[in-house]
Design a protein around this ligand. Structure first.
Ligand code: ATP
Length: 326
């Protein structure tokens, strides 16, 4: 089992080693293969990522990723966007859960308004929203499969009352859900952005298009207590990459203040992807125990350092693994 590990820039260098330690405890036989990509490397060498790196990323069973800084330089292409495209990681999955709800937002990751078909003229600018049958079908199927696994309904979030491209998306989602025998319902994207905050317990698996999903998942982040806690998965048919939702946070980098939980939760998603669902739950349980014991980094009102909090999660994990999970 080979896990490629990319720390990246800023707090990626602090939170990823913590998450890797937890992973190593769960997967003692795994080989961890570090890759240096990102802005720091670009400043040093003039190249943020190279062909060899893509070869290594594609050869991995899974990738644990920290965060990369994208400077406002028109010559610089975002490393994470390039990786998502090169590895065709079409499903962006963000779990959001709390006391009475567990929601998985499945966002299409490669097309829609972010397809890059844009023109800027003197008197108008145009961004084309491209939804392909292939793109809609594979994201709809992916989300319907997640709903089926959970014996839950699939919620299709769209704006089909206005956008013809969303009528196309909605029709394909319904077809894929029904083909798998999955119950479905639907919501307008603007309405669900409010309702998910008021009635999170109504939702289980939500599928939506790229920009709508980008916005909805940030709205839903409010439900789980902030950026330092939120993981994400980027999944394609042959590859998968797991990363915290937060970025490289240069304002706190190097100060031992970064919350490592989003990165540790990303490692838990990686474990689930590799089929290690019990270990994945054990890591989540360990995080829950650590937080309820009152250990936290400054963003959550605590005074633990990054690796100190990681050590508490690791100790809790040892307790979980030697308990009923063992
Ligand atoms: P980037 O340009 O890489 O996206 P950013 O600072 O614009 O970086 P984020 O990294 O997402 O965006 O950070 C937004 C703010 O949230 C940061 O200023 C930081 O204070 C806070 N933050 C983000 N992640 C964490 C974390 N893991 N722990 C504590 N605070 C965090």
């Amino acid at each position: 089992m080979r896990v490629v590990v990319v720390e990246g820039d800023g707090i990626g260098k602090e939170v990823v080693p913590v998450a890797q330690k937890i992973l190593a405890r769960c997967l003692p036989d795994a080989e961890f293969y570090p890759l240096e990509v990102g802005y720091g490397r670009w400043e040093r060498t003039g190249s943020a990522i190279g062909d060899d790196d893509f070869v290594a990323l594609k050869a991995a069973d899974a990738v644990l990723f920290g965060a990369v800084t994208t400077p406002p330089d028109p010559c610089y292409r975002s490393v994470i966007v390039r990786i998502r495209q090169e590895l065709d990681l079409y499903a962006n999955v963000r779990p959001v859960f709390g006391k009475d709800f567990s929601i998985t937002i499945v966002r299409e990751n490669t097309e829609g308004l972010y397809a890059g078909v844009e023109t800027v003229e003197e008197d108008r600018a145009t961004t084309l929203r491209v939804l392909s049958r292939k793109g809609c079908t594979r994201i709809a199927r992916f989300a319907a499969e997640r709903a089926k696994e959970r014996d839950a309904a699939l919620t299709i979030a769209h704006k089909a009352n206005v956008l013809k491209s969303d009528t196309f998306f909605r029709t394909i989602c319904i077809k894929e859900a029904e083909a798998l025998g999955v119950r479905w319902n639907e919501a307008y994207i603007d309405a669900i952005c409010l309702d998910i905050l008021v009635h999170p317990g109504r939702y289980s698996v939500i599928v939506t298009t790229n920009v709508f999903g980008d916005i909805l998942s940030d709205v839903a982040a409010y439900l789980s207590g902030g950026l330092g806690l939120l993981p994400s998965a980027n999944i394609g048919d042959g590859h998968a990459l797991f990363e915290p939702v937060h970025g490289s946070a240069p304002d706190i980098a190097g100060q031992d203040r970064a919350n490592p939980i989003a990165a540790i939760r990303s490692a838990a998603l990686l474990l689930a992807y590799l089929g290690e669902t019990e270990l994945s739950s054990a890591v989540e349980d360990a995080i829950g125990m650590t937080l309820s014991d009152g250990y936290a980094t400054p963003d959550l009102g605590g005074n633990c350092g990054t690796s100190e909090l990681g050590a508490h999660v690791e100790a809790a994990l040892c307790r979980v693994l030697s308990g009923p999970h063992a």
